[in-house]
Design a protein around this ligand. Structure first.
Ligand code: MG
Length: 151
């Protein structure tokens, strides 16, 4: 088989006073996600997409939120480990497409840096990495004050 495709999804509750980190970029925001790690919902979804493509399970299998080792860990480190598993099995990335659904703040100006961070970890050209952003049009898609990311 020459191609495999995976999809990932993640959602976190937002609260006042937590840092908002997406694609490894700290984004000024009054709210951030409740999470055991740094709560980088975009990177979590990408990890799940990569693992899913190879039927390797999900991010929780390898980095359980009950393990103190992963407390506040940068999710880019988790992505590095997941990417290591993918490479070990001899697979390469063709391209990555993702969508962040977030009501506020607007994140478009941070997307180039996110793409750059992701391309570095995944060892590919930035042109192979797509990050898109949309709002949920004010709808509470996954519960009160929640946000989500698809990959
Ligand atoms: Mg998550």
């Amino acid at each position: 088989m020459s191609h495999r495709i995976g999809q990932g999804y993640d959602i976190h509750k937002l609260v006042i006073g937590r840092e908002l980190i997406l694609g490894g970029v700290k984004i000024p925001s009054k709210m951030g996600p409740v999470a055991h790690s740094d709560g980088d919902v975009l990177v979590h979804a990408i990890c799940d997409g990569l693992l899913g493509a190879l039927s390797l399970g999900d991010i929780g299998k390898y980095f359980p939120d009950s393990d103190p080792k992963f407390k506040n860990i940068s999710s880019l480190v988790l992505l590095e480990r997941v990417w290591g598993m993918v490479k070990e099995k001899g697979w390469e990335l063709v391209n990555l497409d993702s969508t962040v659904v977030l009501q506020e703040p607007k994140i478009f100006k941070y997307i180039p840096k996110m793409r750059n961070n992701l391309s570095k970890v995944l060892g590919t050209e930035v042109g192979n990495i797509s990050v898109k952003a949309t709002t949920s049009e004010g709808l509470k898609s996954g519960g009160k004050d929640s946000w989500r990311c698809g990959f």
